[in-house]
Design a binder for this molecule. Sequence first.
Ligand SMILES: Nc1ncnc2c1ncn2[C@@H]1O[C@H](COP(=O)(O)OP(=O)(O)OP(=O)(O)O)[C@@H](O)[C@H]1O
Length: 265
Amino acid sequence: MTATLEDPTVQPAIEHAVRLSGVHKSFGQGQRGVVALGGVDLDVAPGEFVCLLGASGCGKTTLLNLVAGLDKPSSGEIELNSSRPAVMFQEAALMPWLTAAANVELPLRLAGVPRSARKNHIGELLELVRLEGVGSKRPHELSGGMRQRVALARALASALHTSDDSLPPLLLMDEPFSALDAITRDVLQGELLRVWRSTGAAVVFVTHDVREAVRLGQRVVLLSSRPGRVVQEWQVEDLDNADELSTIDEINQRLREVISSHAAA
Ligand SMILES: Nc1ncnc2c1ncn2[C@@H]1O[C@H](COP(=O)(O)OP(=O)(O)OP(=O)(O)O)[C@@H](O)[C@H]1O
């Protein structure tokens, strides 16, 4: 029998992991109020890697917080078709009294995942971020790069193993490598791409760094200066070297224009 659109057992394909439509966000009111986001429209497909670029203060973190459900938009819609979004920040924000393994385990515990499944997931995740053998160490015994690997494993635990498996995982990353030295950052960017390919998670990655955005993303989205809204997008997957360099130049130029238009306003 051929399934038809009317057949209630046929699940429609999920077109977006997250969709923002006309999202505004203001903080406070009157003269001292701040309009952080001024009507953001953005779709992220399941498994897509999107980098968000914009001037300092244009509302990138605000946007991630709204998608994460940590705050509510003043108006507009945010539609999620994903597992509960997992967030990774600039600082690893690990619990200092817990071992690396226990930090990764935390979201699983909170979600009520049974002990035996937790053990399996922790082993797999520590291996995925290449931290086998350091599960028993506490954060202060680890380097900055290792701490961010633990934070990545913890975010993956949350994205992959704490909710309905049929929904696509979504990872929100707020400048996760910006506090690291250049060599560690370069290694972790490569690791993140490997992890992204092997997990199929959709990623929204905030950065100030155009090179990082073009290296990591399939799509780069530029926000205007405050109030933030999408001004331009670039498909940046599979560029050859020459195209990658010219795209980086073009985005840098556009970013400078966005910043100077704000300064002149
Ligand atoms: N809780 C809050 N209360 C009041 N104002 C806020 C709050 N959160 C953010 N803002 C303001 O909203 C604007 C956007 O802030 P946000 O942190 O989202 O920008 P950003 O693009 O992430 O900046 P950066 O790149 O410097 O991290 C800023 O002017 C900020 O001061």
